[in-house]
Design a protein around this ligand. Structure first.
Ligand SMILES: Cc1ncc(COP(=O)(O)O)c(C=O)c1O
Length: 412
């Protein structure tokens, strides 16, 4: 804690700096935000020493928990040995990681391109689909989020994240979960369409699980029209939903898959993974300065080991099931909460008015109360009224009990 700390903490001073020096698009949660200074397991701590149960995991990043020694240990050793070179030199971690990913990824996905973020992973996946098919257009879904680079933002369907006032005319959007709408769009434009991109389960769009049969039908439609299926597993990947990749729930394999977030557990890494055949279309020089950096690649390898050793997929499935059951009891007693939904530890609870319309204001109030009860949660959905829970996958029953108690109280 710096010398300027008072018993009120440093929030006011940091808010002043933020209002002066950050681009105003960078929003924060809470009217009275805590200053987070430390993380440990499922908990965050503020500058006044208060402990919070982290139920957002830095937006689905810290799946293996904060300050996990099994991940930061090897990364620190790597920092001390060799931090950075770029891919113009041969280094070992990037190649071991690519091999490990090809073993984890479904079907014939075997070749990776590494970058530093989810947006770049999506951008690379879309570029590769255009290169491979020789077709210029993309179909994406409403209420999606794919990133902030120009193409990823244009593929994004949620209006609040579509900041570009002049989006290029190369993406059309169909409703998520509606295979007939995709079939109609493909019937009209398949000859111009390189890929259909979507999240297997929409996360920022409000924890939307598509209806049974949707993904199988989408896979068939893409094959029928020779359009590639790009899955954005940036948020759903790495056991968030109880499987390494959410597409495994639906028994389908994409042609290209974008990953990031929990893959690095706090180290900035992303990748797109594709088949040998598709990868052969991308032969012009391509480089990402930080992509596959030895430190981030070492951390990602440690993440894979940690998830495997501690069976985090199975834990996410079991804890998620238990949390969903408990939440169903709570929401059943409250008129302003809809039924909870989700898979694994990706759960959303609609906050609604008496006539079932979204109540974003009450959602904000609940988030604020939860924070005062020392639980940090999130919100999602086009109306920002879906209370969103994505704790580290290492969360234990007692912590889930604390979360349920806090939700009971905050929604009273
Ligand atoms: C599904 C999905 N794709 C892509 C992105 C963009 O990732 P990044 O913020 O690392 O660029 C996000 C970010 O939240 C996301 O949720």
């Amino acid at each position: 804690m710096g010398s300027t700390a008072t018993k009120e903490g440093r929030a006011q001073e940091l808010l002043r700096l933020k209002s002066e020096y950050l681009v105003p698009c960078v929003y924060h949660f809470y009217k009275d935000p805590p200053v987070i200074v430390r993380g440990e397991g499922c908990h965050l701590f503020d500058d006044l020493g208060r402990q919070y149960l982290d139920c957002l995991s830095g937006v689905a990043v810290m799946s293996a928990g904060h300050r996990n020694p099994e991940i930061i240990g090897p990364a620190i050793e790597q920092i001390l040995m060799l931090q950075h070179t770029t891919t113009i030199y041969l280094t070992d971690p990037i190649l071991r990681l690519a091999k490990a990913l090809s073993e984890l990824a479904p079907g014939k996905l075997s070749r990776s391109f590494f970058c530093a973020s989810g947006s770049e992973a999506v951008e690379g996946a879309l570029m590769t689909s255009v290169l491979h098919t020789g077709k210029p257009r993309i179909i994406a879904t409403t209420n999606s989020l794919h990133g902030r680079t120009r193409w990823a933002m244009n593929a994004t369907g949620t209006p609040m994240w579509r900041t570009d006032p002049f989006p290029p005319d190369d993406v059309s959007h169909v409703p998520f979960g509606d295979a007939d709408a995709l079939a109609d769009e493909l019937a009209r434009h398949a000859d111009q369409t390189a890929a259909f991109i979507a999240e297997p389960i929409q996360s920022n769009g409000g924890i939307n699980v598509p209806p049974d049969g949707y993904w199988q039908r989408v896979r068939e439609l893409c094959d029928e029209h020779q359009v590639l299926l790009v899955l954005d597993e940036v948020q759903t990947g790495f056991n968030r939903t109880g499987r390494w990749f959410a597409c495994e729930h639906f028994g389908i394999v994409p042609d290209i898959m974008a990953v990031s977030k929990a893959m690095g557990n706090g180290f900035p890494i992303g990748a797109f993974i594709t088949t040998d055949d598709i990868a052969q279309s991308y032969t012009r020089p391509g480089a990402s300065t930080h992509g596959g950096n030895p430190v981030n690649a070492t951390a990602a390898l440690a993440v894979i080991d940690c998830h495997t050793k501690h069976r985090l997929g199975q834990r996410a499935q079991e804890s998620g099931q238990y949390l969903l059951e408990q939440l169903t009891d709570v929401t059943g007693q409250k008129t302003h909460l809809g039924p909870p939904r989700g898979i694994g530890l990706m759960i959303g609870i609609p906050v609604i008015n008496a006539d079932d319309t979204p109540d974003a204001q009450r959602c904000d109030l609940i988030l604020e109360r939860l924070k005062d009860l020392r639980v940090l949660a999130g919100k999602s959905g086009p109306d920002r009224n879906i209370l969103t829970l994505m704790p580290p996958l290492t969360i234990v029953r007692q912590e889930i009990g604390e979360l349920i108690d806090a939700i009971q109280e905050a929604t009273a």
